[in-house]
Ligand binder design. Structure first.
Ligand code: ADP
Length: 636
């Protein structure tokens, strides 16, 4: 035998191993795997033709020359086919979905077709190979063309992969480099060593081996795919979080706006109504005014409920524990409910265990809110009969658990509805309760507050007969002195007209608000204090007025057109030419959203008062900030 085919036989083994492992292990659906398999099959066939022609050339005496021509031409054509398939494979490595073509692919295809034609016609042209008159195999003048083409295609593919290197990771990229180095090295060796030793297809089989396990390892592909998916879902998650945050801040903004928009007219309604009730002696008008006050306050508590709910939802509700007297708490709550029961003709019975320690520590405001919510519901959902308000306790070491029960003889709750009671916006038994106003937020807020205070709430109810709500709230005992017998005093005290707490005829205050009616309410509420009240309708006007007038306190509205309260405050602090550098500035705003107070204090305000303005709060604030010597207290 004229040729050494040992390397070719080794190459066969490698190709078979590659094809078998591809069949067994690899995902046959993947485009790159399909294309690589085509390349390997073609290499296998070309290698086979290489070996077969080695025999037919060696034993050419026994083989018709036509067959030899055909076999050798087929060998070179298969070589061209290998290159074509290789180019296609590389296209799919870069773009696994579509294996997009470009203009060079068409040019390369043209080159290969021409090359195949040259090979096929070599028996006429003798350009690549031919058999001489002695039937000896001879190289034509273009015999090295296949090697040159092989090199050209490899370099071409390498450039292409390098240009797209961003989409490969390190491991893939080095596999690509290894793959090319070995195949180029194979071509060079084949070129240098005697043509009788076949090494090229062995080198190509090793290159294919590296390519396959470097680029196409199934587990690796799976891992890559999973990583891609993971990256994608991370992206999606980011977008979703951004959207949720945007929605959340839109909600807070909406709540702040709504709260502001509704509080502003309530301020006017309640404020003006207060002025009417102060100035009128007519009983009928006073009754009307009382009704307006009730309605205004209901509206306000609705707004407060919605704000509370949003605070709880945002996890921003905080408890503020203080020392307080339980007896006073029970009295204020009972006073409110007693009046409502009287209006509806219900009996209101308060029972207090006289041994409960009276001075406790806890969030008095929130406990009051819980009790009023439960008692209000009891009144709302009861048409006749009674409401029992029982306050008891159990000792826990030094402290106590406050046990409060609110029992009514009202409409009751169906067994199936009990679980849904504490859900937000959930109202039950609507056909019966339609006429009763409500948002379905009260019990949800109540439950959240009780939970925050580490307490518990439970409901017992018989439909049509009545319900009992029982809350248990742990409280710290400050003084063991018992509360004593509960006396139902001051409950039906006649309503007194409001009297101002102080007079300050020498005090000068400034109030800034863009809504005229608010200015009227403000100055009206303080009329009896005899203070000198100046008013400004905008931030700009405020800055003008303070230049030449010294004030004891300035009240500044927040949301004003052009220059808002915070901006006005900033300018006021920056300007050193006026005489109000040390004047306390109080934010007077309808923005009651959580965090607002801290925000105002941070902006340099001394204090914060929310609208609607209640006369008592306003006066207390003034007593705190007006110089003591200017205040004459009127109360005993
Ligand atoms: P709202 O009273 O504003 O509808 P709540 O959250 O306070 O909302 O109460 C939720 C639902 O529970 C009410 O719609 C009502 O059907 C029911 N409910 C609450 N308290 C009572 C009660 N004392 N008696 C009967 N039903 C009640």
């Amino acid at each position: 035998m004229k040729y050494d085919i040992h390397f070719s036989i080794a190459a066969f083994i490698i190709y078979i191993v590659l094809l078998v492992s591809m069949r067994v292990q690899y995902n046959r659906e993947l485009n790159t795997v399909k294309k690589l398999r085509n390349v390997i099959i073609c290499l296998f066939a070309t290698n086979l033709l290489d070996v077969v022609t080695a025999y037919t050339i060696t034993y050419r005496a026994h083989v018709p020359v036509g067959i030899n021509y055909c076999l050798n031409a087929a060998f070179f054509i298969f070589e061209a086919l290998c290159l074509a398939l290789f180019v296609i494979y590389i296209r799919f490595v870069i773009d696994p979905e579509k294996g997009r073509k470009n203009i060079f692919d068409n040019i390369n295809l043209g080159i290969l077709v021409i090359f195949a034609i040259i090979c096929a016609t070599s028996f006429l042209t003798h350009l690549i190979f031919y058999f001489d008159e002695n039937n000896d195999y001879q190289h034509g003048i273009l015999y090295n063309l296949p090697y040159a083409l092989g090199l050209y295609f490899q370099v071409f593919a390498l450039v292409r992969l390098t240009r797209n290197r961003k989409q490969f990771n390190k491991r893939q990229f080095y596999s690509v480099i290894g793959f090319f180095s070995i195949s180029v090295l194979g071509s060079i060796i084949q070129f240098i060593i005697p043509g009788s030793v076949f090494v090229l297809y062995f080198a190509l089989s090793v290159a294919a081996f590296i390519g396959m396990f470097g680029l196409e390892t199934p587990d690796y592909i799976k891992l890559e795919k999973t990583l891609t998916k993971l990256r994608q879902s991370e992206e999606n998650l980011k977008v979703a979080v951004e959207r949720a945050e945007a929605a959340d801040s839109a909600k807070s903004e909406f709540l702040a706006n709504m709260s502001h928009e509704i509080r502003t007219p309530i301020n006017a309604v309640l404020g003006m109504n207060e002025l009417i009730s102060r100035e009128s002696e007519d009983k009928q008008i006073l009754t009307y005014s009382e009704n307006i006050k009730d309605a205004g306050q209901t509206l306000l508590s609705l707004i407060n409920d919605i704000l509370d709910f949003s605070k709880i939802e945002a996890g921003k509700m905080e408890l503020i524990p203080v020392d307080y007297e339980l007896s006073k708490l029970i009295k204020t709550v009972s006073n409110i409910i007693k009046v409502r029961c009287e209006e509806k003709g219900l009996t209101f019975n308060v029972e207090v265990n006289p041994d409960i320690p009276n001075v406790l520590n806890g969030d008095e405001v929130r406990i009051r809110q819980v009790l009023i919510n439960l008692l209000n519901n009891a009144v709302k959902y009861t048409e006749k009969g009674r409401i029992d308000f029982t306050i008891d306790f159990e000792a826990v070491n030094e402290d106590i658990n406050l046990i409060v029960s609110v029992k009514d003889t009202g409409v009751g709750i169906k067994e199936k509805d009990i679980d849904a009671l504490f859900e937000s916006f959930k109202r039950v038994d609507l056909e019966k309760n339609r006429k009763r106003e409500g948002t379905g937020l009260g019990l949800s807020i109540t439950k959240s507050l009780v939970d925050m205070m580490d307490g518990s709430i439970e409901v017992k109810s018989t439909y049509g007969e009545g319900s009992e709500f029982k809350v248990v709230i742990p409280q710290i005992v400050i003084q063991q002195t018992p509360i004593g017998e509960y006396k139902d005093t001051d409950i039906s005290e006649p309503k007194e007209k409001y009297r101002t707490m102080f007079k300050a005829p020498t005090a000068k205050i400034l109030v800034v608000d863009d809504v005229k009616v608010n200015l009227m309410v403000f100055s009206g509420l303080l009329k009896n204090t005899e203070m000198k009240i100046s008013m400004a309708i905008s931030g700009a006007q405020c800055l003008e007025v303070i230049k030449n007038n010294k004030f004891d306190v300035i009240f500044l509205d927040h949301m004003m057109p052009e220059m808002d309260g915070i901006e006005t405050m900033k300018k006021l602090k920056e300007d050193s030419t006026h005489c109000n550098q040390d004047t306390p500035v109080i934010m007077l705003t309808a923005n009651a959203i959580l965090g607002a107070k801290e925000q105002y204090i941070d902006s340099g305000f001394n204090d914060y008062l929310s609208k609607p303005v209640f006369p008592k709060d306003l006066e207390e604030m003034l007593i705190k900030y007006i110089p003591k010597e200017k205040i004459i207290m009127t109360e005993d």
